[in-house]
Design a protein around this ligand. Structure first.
Ligand code: ADE
Length: 411
């Protein structure tokens, strides 16, 4: 099957960038070397819907070297890096992705992946898995899901009895969400904002919506760069944590008129709704770090505006009727990937090693698993942590026999 990408001529740059990322992905590289020998995915058709970045290229090549035939679509219309897509096409991955897809093209590309009759799905956001189910196809025996939003959608499906194969929630691994969501998005969301705006964070009022692992990563990193951080949150326990972590906590309606920069990270819709948008101060910058572009009410933003225009590649200016300006980054899509390169490779090393090992786990035994959402097996999670520590040259203690005995008794 032919790939559909922007420009195959971009592949040498994509190769260089993939190899650069690989230097920071030693754990995945180790798995890739083992896969080259053991070929655990031999003959398996893998369909994937992932952000096409240098890190994803290293995962795709790991799967290919494990014996899989890989079909890949982007998991967001504007997150694909075209040089990486070109390199993957050059390397024999069937890839259907380019930066700036329309919504229709985005779904058509997912359909192309499904046309490859995949047996395993690797998803980020669950669009691929949901489309597969809508088609009534029968080729898949198991899947994995990368992100919080995707896991929530698939759990809802499973609860209604609609999920037709087992899915491993890679996001459930501690070596995924404690690191990728917190340190990965924490750094890369700010990286995306800074690349787009060159904003001085020190002294700025940054409003972080949501205090899950992503929100707290962003809040802590912004604080570390001297921003005055406000957190908005609906969960009382997380709100209390944010407060005791030293952040101001208040409703979005109150934060709306205070923030210089807003970053949403809730996984929910209309987090910055019409009421909050109406109260923004002149010059407020709006960015989203959640999977879908639904957290900022883009319709309300358009309706409130007398005019709008792009002022740079990633910044859209909205002028309200009373003359106030608001600036939207990356069309309200994942700011780290729309305005930057996504997470650092060093953290995707953990996430994508989990993905590769879960693909192997499913390839070896998916038929024995129930059709529901499963956690990542504990031994995989622990192995990923051990390998990462090893790669960083960090040694840790282990329990002595005496200590084990002590812990096993109640007396
Ligand atoms: N690069 C590749 N996949 C990514 C993801 N899910 N988040 C951020 N950066 C990425």
């Amino acid at each position: 099957m032919e790939s559909k990408i922007k420009d195959i001529g971009l592949w040498p740059k994509g190769k260089e960038r993939t190899e650069w990322a690989a230097h920071q992905m030693p754990v995945l590289l180790g798995i890739r070397r083992r896969f080259q020998k053991d070929r655990p995915l031999k003959g398996i058709l893998v369909g994937a819907c992932l952000h096409v970045s240098a890190k994803t290229a290293n995962l795709a090549l790991t799967l290919r070297d494990g014996g899989a035939e890989v079909f890949l679509a982007g998991s967001n219309p504007i997150s694909t890096q075209d040089d990486i897509a070109a390199y993957l096409a050059q390397e024999g991955v069937h890839i259907f992705a380019w930066r700036g897809e329309t919504e229709m093209e985005y779904f058509a590309n997912i359909e192309q992946v499904l046309a490859g009759t995949p047996q395993l799905l690797i998803d980020d956001g669950a669009d691929l898995t949901i489309r597969y189910h809508a088609k009534g196809a029968t080729s898949v025996r198991g899947g994995t899901e990368e992100t919080t939003t995707g896991v929530t959608r698939l759990r809802n499906m499973a609860q209604e009895g609609k999920l037709r194969f087992p899915v491993i929630a890679v996001n459930s691994a501690l070596t995924k969400h404690l690191f990728d969501n917190r340190y990965g998005t924490g750094q890369s969301a700010l990286d995306g904002v800074l690349r787009a705006t060159n904003l001085l964070l020190a002294g700025s009022r940054v409003v972080v919506c949501g205090y899950g692992w992503v929100g707290r990563g962003i809040a802590w990193r912004a604080k570390g760069m001297g921003a005055r951080v406000i957190v908005t949150e609906i969960d009382p326990i997380k709100s209390l944590e944010a407060l005791m972590d030293g952040f101001e906590v208040m409703p979005i309606a109150d934060a709306a008129s205070l923030g210089d920069l807003f970053i949403t990270a809730t996984g929910n819709t209309q987090v910055i709704g019409k009421h909050a948008l109406e109260r923004l101060k002149d010059g407020a910058i709006l960015a989203n770090a959640g999977h879908f572009n639904v957290e900022i009410d883009l319709e309300a933003l358009a309706l409130l505006s007398a005019s709008r225009r792009m002022v740079s590649e990633h910044i859209e200016e909205f002028v309200f009727a009373d003359g106030r300006h608001a600036y939207l980054l990356g069309s309200g899509r994942l700011v780290n990937l729309a305005c930057g390169e996504g997470h650092p490779a060093g953290v995707m090393d953990l996430s994508f090693t989990n993905q590769a090992l879960c693909a192997e786990y499913l390839a070896l035994g998916a038929t024995t698993l129930e059709s529901k959402v499963h956690p990542v097996p504990k031994d995989i999670d622990l192995m990923v942590a051990r390998l990462k520590l090893e790669s960083l040259g960090v040694h840790i203690d282990s329990l002595t026999e005496e200590q084990k005995t002590y812990l096993d008794h109640w007396e």
